[in-house]
Design a protein around this ligand. Structure first.
Ligand code: FES
Length: 125
């Protein structure tokens, strides 16, 4: 039921793991199924220098996590904030309709991690 690109990112997910002392962390849960995704960011000069993820979820959740990390690595925070869940699903050439809810984790966790970074910046000023 998954296309080749989704299968590739599921079988060989990019940027899996954690970052020590990350600049931002975002975690979201999918209310539909209870799956969880966590994203870790390293920010340098306003850009995402490194990004890693840990996902406890289905194949589509893992594939979208992997894809979102690829899409935003090297991007500015503003560019990364503009990535939508839909854009991630499109970059994977689409997900089967019953699995579209799984793509909600990816961009949401990314945005939560960026918000966390911004909050930390403000409190350290
Ligand atoms: Fe939970 Fe896909 S079934 S994210």
């Amino acid at each position: 039921m998954y296309n080749e690109k989704v299968m590739d990112h599921f079988m060989h997910p990019r940027n899996v793991g954690e970052i020590d002392n990350p600049d931002g962390v975002g975690q979201v849960g999918n209310p539909v199924c209870g799956d969880i995704m966590k994203i870790f960011l390293r920010i340098q000069d306003g850009r995402i220098e490194d990004i890693k993820f840990k996902t406890f979820g289905c194949g589509a959740a893992i594939a979208t996590s992997s894809m979102v990390t690829e899409l935003v690595k090297g991007k500015t925070l503003d560019e990364a904030m503009q990535i939508s869940n839909k854009a991630v699903a499109e970059a994977l050439d689409g997900l089967p309709a019953p699995k579209m809810h799984c793509s909600n984790l990816a961009a949401d966790a990314l945005h939560a991690a960026i918000e966390d970074y911004k909050k930390k910046q403000q409190t350290s000023k």
